[in-house]
Design a protein around this ligand. Sequence first.
Ligand code: 5CA
Length: 469
Amino acid sequence: MENFSEWFHEILDKGDIMDSRYPIKGMNVWLPYGFKIRKYTLELLKELFDRDHDEVLFPLLIPEEELAKEGIHVKGFEEEVYWVTHGGSKELNEKLALRPTSETAIYPMFALWIRSHIDLPMKYYQIVNTFRYETKHTRPLIRVREISTFKEAHTVHATKEESEAQVEDAIELYKEFFDYLGIPYVISKRPEWDKFPGADYTMAFDALMKDGKTLQIGTVHNLGQTFAKTFDITFENEEGKHVYAYQTCCGLSDRIIASIIGIHGDEKGLILPPSVSPNHITIIPILFKEGKEEVLEKCQTLKEEFEAEGVRVHIDDRDIRPGKKFYDWEIKGTPVKLEIGPRDLKENKTIITRRDNGEKIELPLDETVIDSVIDIIEDVNVSISNKAWENHEDSIKISEDLDEIPKLIKEGNIVGFYWNGKEDSGKAIEEETDYDILGTYNELDSDENKKCIYSGEDAKYLALIAKTY
Ligand code: 5CA
């Protein structure tokens, strides 16, 4: 895409998703249509978490003393924390941080709650806003200073094995979630220098946007016992001994919506996956003076019939030209438009337009129409996901030549390369190519006999490098 950034902003504006004119940098206003997309996205995610997590809600403010306890963690966030220092004109005795994430809010409470192995595993999640004073260029949904929809899960386990299994479970949960949205991803283990501050290791999901840059759309962290030791989260095990617990956490942000926009959209605007589209069908009545009542009545009955089947329907009965309505719903990415005019009523037919491929389908306006349109909506879900995955897979190239990497990345690819896994060669690869290593994709068997692209030593991993947001 020629100018992705401009296109993205235009969609946020014309698609009624977000107003970025709020007078604080990095903080934006959700508009009604965007808020609905957000709502349906959250419903999907909550359904997944609710299977085996409980939802909780912690305060926004964190006392300085708690935030400062975990040395590595606090260092990682030091420059990103907003502080509350006053209550009215009175200076507070202790500064309070606006949560940049909630480990240091939640874990002191875990220490109070967890007593015995029967309390474990404990799996909680919350959906809150978090604040990060980002110094890199801010962009709505992509890099914000108020993450308005932060979904964070925090789990506690009795053993290392269980915490590792939880990381795998969280990855499966994310996969299922992104699959609902038709968002393709690569999963990699972040290099040591790019893991979450305080984690043993970080697994990350990255999506490739239309401008050829990858966006980290979710992360799962194995925290080991680092935080348990800092916050004294211990439990009595089956042998009656007091031992430290193991923890994991994972997080998603407003970037989910950014990736829906940036991966499915086209020159004409948004293309929403039906799974989260505020309307599955937008009915556009073609109104003339004559026959107006009958047309509107038919639209209304259809709406009710669709709704009885769980389909979300909106009738656009605004008093404007139908052409303008078509244009607006094209931008807003409604999966299916259904038009009915007086002539269609007479001839007992309707025209369906698919947003994803522009196809127009004429259907008889009889009792079969409901099922036919539901089938089309389901097909849209599958088609846009398939198309996105095809594009994604076409854009992953493996290279065994360091000099070739920048060219491949400039062409919009994520590049796989062989690496010995050592920090010095990793950093050198980043420096020479001027791009970022996403992480290791998989570990190589020793009989694969691949050489590190930089050092020529035996390679341990297939790793990924890309232009990142
Ligand atoms: N405590 C952990 C898990 S909850 C945590 O904070 N992880 S994180 O720092 O990796 O953030 C989780 C996800 O939020 C990231 O993977 C990224 O997709 C998203 N994110 C991070 N910073 C921002 C930001 N400034 N704007 C939008 N999204 C962000």
